[in-house]
Design a binder for this molecule. Structure first.
Ligand code: PLP
Length: 361
């Protein structure tokens, strides 16, 4: 619809600015020197070593690069292969909503039953009591995603305490933690990865995306980390799902990861964009819902219109030339709180134009 209406597109979550020339050169060089054939099924050892090194470098637990990391076709394949491997008919999987759109279809394809549980409002934190109440003898997995798409909420230390207690109380429960926005977190806060705790790491499948971290969503490359026995199962699906991921990019990223600045500089860069956009819309009637991570900003239009969010987002696209995502799209019951998600991974020009439109409404 954004294309049809020639609208500014702040809907889909992809960066507008270029991939680092150094990283592009590394991919090109690896193609030129002949790294163009199949990589090993779990990913190049050199890349898995670099990933394990990075996890430890940022305060995570020791991960065995050989048996506990698999390079995947983006985080989406990591999620799909993990769910296919680990749940099936008769199993229930708790999904916290609003949720990224690939979770529930994967659970259903695996033959399991998704159990959607709403996050608290207005801060999008997990409702631990509701999560506990929804656990049955069939509950196999809990899925979490922080920093959170679409809200930008992050995990707090008290959430980690609750999470640990929950997994201690339910020894059969597995956690799937989607941490694709691990390096986009603001205000000097720390991303509380489940891989920073030995106990949580021993019970978790954790997924990541180089597409998000290196502004290269079109490259579709990510990875999954899990304890060896669980990874053994995930690899059985990965092997026949896609077998492996393109080789030159793996070599290039292995080298690029050696410089911590290449991933640690993201926080500042995106924080400036968040502040620029929030500041530019502050003169409008739209209300900023605080974003603490990711490259998404939720705005409430409560004071602007009574329309349902889907209709309002369509109107905004068609009549005002600005595309966003209605947050009801992230709920299986289409819960509508009059919220729209805007992606601020754009240049200041684009963000200013979008804010000007919002200020006119
Ligand atoms: C929360 C979340 N998980 C997973 C993905 C998929 O990541 P990838 O593009 O690496 O498959 C996305 C992409 O938007 C996302 O927002």
């Amino acid at each position: 619809m954004a294309t049809e209406n020639n609208a500014l597109n702040l809907s889909q979550g992809f960066p507008e600015f270029p991939v680092s020339q150094e990283l592009i050169d590394l991919v090109y060089r690896n193609m030129q020197i002949g790294h163009n054939q199949y990589a090993p099924m779990p990913g190049l050892p050199i890349l898995r070593e670099a990933i394990a090194g990075k996890i430890q470098h940022i305060g995570g637990v020791a991960i065995n690069a050989d048996s506990e990391i698999t390079v995947t076709v983006g985080a989406a394949e990591a999620i799909f292969s993990s769910i296919m491997a680990l749940v099936g008919k008769g199993d229930e999987v708790i999904v916290l909503e609003p949720a990224y759109d690939c979770y529930i279809p994967a659970i259903e394809l695996a033959g399991a039953t998704p159990v959607p549980i709403p996050l608290n409002q207005p801060d999008f934190s997990p409702n631990w009591q509701l999560i506990r109440e929804s656990i049955t003898s069939n509950t196999k997995m809990l899925m979490i995603n922080y920093p959170h798409n679409p809200s930008g909420a992050i995990l707090k230390p008290e959430d980690i305490v609750e999470l640990k207690q929950l997994l201690e109380d339910y020894p059969e429960l597995m956690l799937l933690s989607d941490e694709v926005y691990e390096h986009i977190i603001f205000d000097g806060k720390e991303h509380l990865s489940v891989l920073k705790d030995v106990f949580l790491a021993s019970r978790s499948v954790v997924v990541y995306s180089f597409g998000k971290t290196f502004h290269a969503t079109g490259w579709k490359i990510g990875y999954v980390v899990a304890p060896e026995a669980i990874m053994h199962e995930i690899r059985k699906v990965h092997q026949y799902n896609c077998f492996t991921v393109n080789t030159p990019t793996q070599f290039a990223i292995a080298e690029y990861l050696q410089n911590e600045n290449n991933y640690l500089s993201l926080n500042d860069m995106y924080e400036k964009k968040r502040d620029f956009f929030a500041n530019a819309v502050s003169a409008s009637k739209f209300k900023v819902v605080p974003s603490y991570g990711t490259y998404f900003q939720i705005l409430s239009y409560d004071e602007v219109s009574d329309l349902p969010d889907m209709e309002f987002a369509e109107k905004l696209t068609r009549e005002y030339g600005l595309a966003s995502i209605p947050v009801s799209a992230f709920y299986s019951n289409k819960k509508d709180d009059h919220l729209l998600r805007f992606c601020f991974a754009k240049g200041e020009d684009t963000l200013q134009k979008a804010a000007d439109i919002l200020c006119r409404i």
